[in-house]
Design a protein. Structure first.
Length: 220
């Protein structure tokens, strides 16, 4: 199997500080730095961010339909419970971002990296991942139902209780991850998983196959 390709880095130009915290329908933000702003609970359709940086800026509970992020960096932000419908993320890096309960539905993510993010209970249903890497992320209870993960990589992530029903994982890689109690385990068909992770999955596989596992009898 070919080696996983690392996501491409964002292409950032010199930035200007953003002053207006309001998002507009079909608005375009280009080469702006959003620092310490509160954009929570805002709603916007077809908003675009091109070569932008978000730092300590909250989009918590925002509702964005068909947003597009191109060549963006997001760090130390709160995007918890944001709802992004059909988003496009291209060459975007997210570092130490809180994504608890965020919903990224039917999206397209290409050359995107998530580093040390908290994305527990986040939803990525029916989203396509191309050259996407999750590293050191909390993804407990995350929902990847119907997602195309063929070019996704998970490194040192907590995926306890995550859902993979009807996912496409041929070519996906899982390295040093906690996969305990995941749902839709057959959705991992074709994935590459390190040996230690596979051992932890044994009880989950057994349940999926209807196998009852009992403790070994002590030697006589």
């Amino acid at each position: 199997m070919p080696a996983q390709t690392a996501p491409a880095d964002p292409r950032l130009a010199p930035l200007t500080e953003a002053e207006d915290p309001d998002l507009e329908h079909e608005g375009l933000s280009r080469r702006l730095s959003f620092t310490g702003l509160d954009l929570s609970a805002q709603e916007a359709d077809a908003v675009e961010f091109d070569q932008c940086r978000f730092e300590r800026t909250t989009l918590a509970a925002a509702v964005l339909d068909q947003p597009r992020f191109t060549d963006c960096e997001v760090s130390h932000c709160d995007w918890a419970n944001a709802r992004l419908t059909k988003p496009t993320l291209l060459r975007t890096r997210l570092t130490s971002v809180r994504l608890t309960g965020a919903q990224c539905t039917a999206g397209t993510l290409r050359d995107v990296s998530f580093d040390d993010c908290r994305a527990d209970l986040a939803g990525f249903r029916f989203t396509t991942f191309a050259h996407v890497r999750f590293s050191g992320c909390n993804l407990t209870g995350a929902d990847f139902t119907g997602a195309d993960l063929r070019r996704a990589e998970f490194v040192a992530c907590d995926l306890t209780g995550a859902q993979f029903s009807n996912a496409t994982c041929t070519g996906a890689r899982f390295t040093n991850c906690d996969l305990s109690g995941i749902g839709g385990v057959t959705g991992l068909s074709g994935a590459t998983i390190t040996a230690d992770d596979l051992i932890a999955l044994s009880h989950t596989f057994a349940r999926a196959l209807g196998i009852t596992v009992i403790a070994s009898a002590p030697p006589r």
